[in-house]
Design a protein around this ligand. Sequence first.
Ligand SMILES: Cc1cc2nc3c(=O)[nH]c(=O)nc-3n(C[C@H](O)[C@H](O)[C@H](O)COP(=O)(O)OP(=O)(O)OC[C@H]3O[C@@H](n4cnc5c(N)ncnc54)[C@H](O)[C@@H]3O)c2cc1C
Ligand SMILES: *[C@@H]1O[C@H](CO)[C@@H](O)[C@H](O)[C@H]1NC(C)=O
Ligand SMILES: *[C@@H]1O[C@H](CO)[C@@H](O)[C@H](O)[C@H]1NC(C)=O
Ligand SMILES: *[C@@H]1O[C@H](CO)[C@@H](O)[C@H](O)[C@H]1NC(C)=O
Ligand SMILES: *[C@@H]1O[C@H](CO)[C@@H](O)[C@H](O)[C@H]1NC(C)=O
Ligand SMILES: *[C@@H]1O[C@H](CO)[C@@H](O)[C@H](O)[C@H]1NC(C)=O
Length: 580
Amino acid sequence: MRKLEFKSTIFIFLFIIYGVISTPPADPIQCSSNNTNCTITNSNGVFPDRSICRASEVMYPTTEAELISIVALASKNNRKVKVATRFSHSIPKLACPDDNGLLISTKNLNRVLKVDVKLLRMTVESGVTLREIISEAARFEMALPNTPYWWGLTIGGLISTGAHGSTLWGKGSAVHEYVTHIRIVSPAGCEDGYAKVRNLNESHQDLNAARVSLGVLGVISQVTLQLEPLFKRSLTYLTKNDSDLGDELITFGKKHEFADVTWYPSQQKVLYRIDDRVSSVNTFGNGLYDSIGLRSTPSSTLTLSRTTEELQEATHDTNGKCINGKLTTETLAGIAYGLSNNNGTFIGYPVVGFNNRIQSSGTCLDSLDDQMSTACIWDSRIKGPFNYDTAFSIPLSIVKYFIEDVKKLVQLEPKALCGLDLYNGILMRYVTTSSAYLGKTEDAVEFDIIYYRSKDPLTPRLYEDIIEEIEQIGLFKYGGLPHWGKNRNIGFVGAIKKYNKANRFLKVKKKYDPKRLFSSDWTDQVLGLKEGVTILKDGCALEGLCICSKDSHCSPKKNYFCRPGRIYKDARVCRLHVKT
Ligand SMILES: Cc1cc2nc3c(=O)[nH]c(=O)nc-3n(C[C@H](O)[C@H](O)[C@H](O)COP(=O)(O)OP(=O)(O)OC[C@H]3O[C@@H](n4cnc5c(N)ncnc54)[C@H](O)[C@@H]3O)c2cc1C
Ligand SMILES: *[C@@H]1O[C@H](CO)[C@@H](O)[C@H](O)[C@H]1NC(C)=O
Ligand SMILES: *[C@@H]1O[C@H](CO)[C@@H](O)[C@H](O)[C@H]1NC(C)=O
Ligand SMILES: *[C@@H]1O[C@H](CO)[C@@H](O)[C@H](O)[C@H]1NC(C)=O
Ligand SMILES: *[C@@H]1O[C@H](CO)[C@@H](O)[C@H](O)[C@H]1NC(C)=O
Ligand SMILES: *[C@@H]1O[C@H](CO)[C@@H](O)[C@H](O)[C@H]1NC(C)=O
């Protein structure tokens, strides 16, 4: 016990020291020569099914005119195409073209084209990052009120998967709700010169397809966003027990504009983010939220943390995980999660500051050298955390029952979810009903669950049955909608049937890309046009590639067998059972 605590202390100690030297994330596209013979991956360095994705070539247009000629040539030659971004943050295989096809990177489509301070609008090329949008808007005293918390995403990529922040107010939490205009280049017939620019504004129905398009309609060239005058907000974190979480979740979300909630089920604790707009920009305070998890972290810290967790997994040391989980939670609370009040130090709550300094962050993007002494936590070039990210939304009207189910599982296995606390618990964000055909169908809470993934696909995890049951309860018992840019394969089983406007989306897809050049096996599977979202093979359930239906889908050799859920009998999960 003593030894364990010692280890944990080192872990935490290193966790809060930051180097100045950091390394920018790797280029997800690697080519053997001259932008040909390439592979593409995601920011985790590996897709859910661990397949390697090949592309024969990558092109880097710098203007819309170049983009049009690239799409035209591909269309003329019936070549498969996918759009790739500078960092490729989506976890599923969305960026992978079939048939060793062509990649069109938006890396050099990175200019702000127009800032209209009168109409409070901004037009950008699709490869511009969220970070640039936020800072450019702020320079003109404007704000994009709600955005993802990580600013390393591109506008083209993030709207394509419905990425969001957290609110039930106003236009809602998804960035695509603020999109008023999209220019998209799609393939066309000979009569149109093989490519066509679709210029979609709010009076075009098709904008509802283009807002969340999974990249299958063509290449988004430009996006116009509706902004607001820049404002300040006031943020206080409050910890409570989770006894009334089910009811409180709804009331709380309605009460505070930028509310979110973090749940530590094993500790029966909840962290409420009380976060509201203040009435005047003259309110005192220049607060900053430089989120700890999105800062550069020393490689040595990341390696120690991974090594510790691997050891705990290998030795079934659940107590160790609980201790480290609790320490992580306490440490993060002690340093206010990366918040500071006025001069870079945290004095106390509330933290008051401009929206552009509070909503999103990600200083691990800043680069000074390439020595890998510090990096983003998920950087796959160093041995560090390697995780799954399961994310789905459950309608407000039934979210209480989901919470109760998770609590029941915790009652049965109090230590099963300790590992989540190493990644700061379950983040719950408010998402809103959308007119986008593939946007959220109801106001809901999006659950984001990050947990250990083994480097070896055939090695089971501690308490893997409990998290698998939660995943299946969320997705199937309560019909949760998966985040298009996160999740393991099983997240997308039957997903498209949960969207009442999916047919309208498919119609637009057919109209814009009749030859299906921008479609791939993965997008066809996700859109319900092809079988194969799940992959049946030995150990498939361990990786979320299937729901187990026989023991070999788990790991009978390591005593993990396919069993019904504890409280959701329709679930099929891999459970440890040591025969005596
Ligand atoms: C560290 C991290 C933090 C995250 N934080 C959040 C968060 O707070 N909230 C949230 O909702 N999500 C979050 N995500 C998920 C993320 O928002 C999505 O995965 C997002 O789609 C990634 O954007 P990207 O620019 O990296 O695009 P990519 O992942 O490269 O692309 C996504 C899809 O869009 C297509 N695409 C990209 N650009 C274009 C274009 N110009 N035209 C047509 N198609 C295009 C691609 O082909 C692909 O199909 C996070 C992910 C990571 C790794
Ligand atoms: C790269 O392309 C150029 C021009 O197309 C060609 O001259 C050169 O030989 C190519 N280099 C390699 C390594 O293929
Ligand atoms: C393509 O790249 C792979 C490695 O990714 C290499 O093995 C192969 O030889 C390359 N092919 C050509 C034609 O360059
Ligand atoms: C939308 O575009 C059409 C042309 O396609 C134009 O006539 C109309 O005025 C535009 N509407 C708005 C709201 O900009
Ligand atoms: C949780 O907190 C409430 C007050 O907010 C208190 O009444 C209740 O007893 C607490 N429950 C537990 C289990 O500590
Ligand atoms: C910030 O620092 C300056 C100079 O050190 C000091 O004058 C000022 O009072 C500080 N502001 C706050 C709010 O602490």
